[in-house]
Design a protein around this ligand. Structure first.
Ligand SMILES: [Zn+2]
Ligand SMILES: [Zn+2]
Length: 141
């Protein structure tokens, strides 16, 4: 995962402004492995920048995606989540609330990367997902 400093350098190199708002969004994405939704980012950033709009959040997310710095984890009935770790890794996802956690298994990830490189094409994306109700949702039933 890139550091905040590397992100700033990259944005500058590509000719993008690094506003304090953008920086705050990056900070949330790159400093925690929390896979936040746009709403969650909005709630946290607006504590510091009360005038920020949700569309600024989406614009920044789209920019970071275009630069390949984050990946979007989209789901059919729940909000997308955003991940600053763009290398292939396993997610454990609650299908009810979308709670997403990384699951570390280096051996499997190596094996998967080898398998991907053996393909005769370059995939446009890949997802490694395991579904499980989170503690909160399994209590509700
Ligand atoms: Zn859940
Ligand atoms: Zn992840």
């Amino acid at each position: 995962m890139l550091t905040l400093k590397q992100i700033i350098t990259m944005l500058h190199q590509k000719g993008h402004k690094v506003t304090p708002q953008r920086l705050a969004i990056c900070e949330i994405l790159f400093s925690y492995k929390s896979h936040p939704t746009a709403d969650e980012i909005y709630k946290r950033v607006s504590q510091k920048f009360p005038t920020i709009s949700l569309s600024t959040i989406y614009q920044t997310l789209n920019l970071l995606m275009k630069l390949g710095l984050i990946q979007e984890l989209g789901f059919p009935n729940i909000s997308s989540r955003y991940d600053a770790n763009t290398s292939p890794h396993i997610h454990i996802i609650c299908p009810k609330c979308g709670n997403t956690q990384d699951y570390e298994d280096k051996k499997f990830e190596e094996l998967w990367s080898k398998f991907i490189t053996k393909l005769n094409f370059k995939p446009i994306g890949q997802r490694l997902e395991i579904y499980k109700y989170c503690d909160k949702c399994s209590k509700i039933g």
